[in-house]
Design a protein around this ligand. Structure first.
Ligand code: NAP
Length: 299
């Protein structure tokens, strides 16, 4: 990874350019640097999925990072996979990908929402149907998606249990209002929704903690993609194992409103100036984070 100059965006018709005020890092950037989803023939590539900023008309906006992409097997790609990402002074996206930023939320907080928080929101609501559940288990609770799921699960009125490998992070989970559990630990009840982004190290525990009819919603596999699955438990307990990726632009708008209306703010582990972007990546890559690593583009 290097910091350097790239040409100004030259957006096609129907695209808009945003002056980036703030961005945030996701585990996606670590995968990109390892070449996952970013083949060598697309380099150099500007990294970054998340941003808030100001468009050419002076509107304060949040950038929705999912771009229609008929050449991708998923039918879309994320910013920084095919089109240049947000860790820059300016980023270009289809105009339909600009979501108005409510006045009641800062650029920095808003820039933490488009990937990790939107993913957690979509996992809990659209995929996990959390309104039908009393309680939620979040695995690997230190990460961006996981802290979002803890805060949003509580805001939606659910009992939230969360595992973390780290005692200090378990302490912070408790401060957020959830019940912290050691990895593999017994819960006082079986839950209706499990938020899974860890994969192999936690999946067996996720199955065991699921109530009959529970939804185990999977958005990632940071710890490995090949868990041991006892299928007897899946069919006897009538469990649903559901894949989940990102969310819609409309859900991002709803999430922004929810944050303003309920005075919810993203959990931010640390904030770096744009000039210290290398340190921000080192922090994310350490794995020793609690919440989002945010980047202030004005410093
Ligand atoms: N499908 C999608 O749309 C989508 C969207 C966003 C993210 N994701 C994926 O979801 C995952 C999390 O993303 P993120 O940005 O939240 O990552 P992150 O901020 O880097 O957090 C990763 C967390 O995973 C836990 N973890 C990592 N390795 C583990 C292991 N071996 N055993 C147990 N826990 C482990 C850690 O929690 P503790 O230290 O607390 O144990 C860590 O804090 C990534 O794989 C990412 O690619 C997918």
């Amino acid at each position: 990874m290097t910091v350097g100059d790239q040409p100004e965006p030259s957006p096609p018709d129907g695209w808009a350019t945003v002056d980036v005020r703030a961005s945030s890092l996701n585990h996606h950037e670590i995968w990109s640097l390892r070449g996952v989803g970013l083949p060598a023939d697309r380099l150099p590539m500007i990294l970054g999925c998340d941003a808030s900023g100001v468009d050419a008309d002076g509107n304060e906006v949040v950038v929705y990072p999912v771009i229609d992409d008929p050449d991708d097997p998923r039918g879309f790609s994320l910013l920084s996979e095919r089109w240049p990402g947000t860790l820059a002074e300016r980023v270009a996206v289809p105009a339909a990908n600009l979501v108005p930023k409510p006045a009641g939320i800062s650029f920095l907080d808003a820039a933490c929402l488009p990937t990790a928080w939107l993913t957690a929101y979509h996992m809990l609501t659209t995929r996990g149907r959390v309104s039908d559940a009393e309680s939620v288990l979040v695995q690997g609770a230190g990460g961006g998606v996981a802290t979002a799921a803890v805060v949003l699960g509580l805001a939606l009125g659910k009992r939230v249990y969360a595992t973390s490998r780290d005692a200090a992070k378990r302490e912070k989970i408790t401060e957020l209002g959830a019940v912290a559990v050691e990895p593999g630990g017994r819960l006082p009840e079986r839950v209706g929704v499990v938020i899974e982004s860890v994969g192999a190290p936690t999946f067996e525990h996720s199955l065991k903690c699921s109530a009959p009819g529970a939804r185990i919603v999977v958005c990632g596999a940071t710890g490995g993609p090949f868990p041991k699955v006892d299928l007897r438990r899946v069919f006897m307990m009538q469990l649903e194992i559901l894949g989940s990726t990102m969310g819609t632009a409309a859900e991002l708008a709803t999430l922004l409103e929810l944050c303003v209306d309920r005075d919810i703010r993203p959990v931010i582990d640390s904030t770096y100036g744009f000039s210290a972007i290398g340190d921000a990546f080192a922090r994310l890559n350490s794995g020793d984070i609690f919440g989002k690593v945010a980047v202030d583009h004005l410093h």
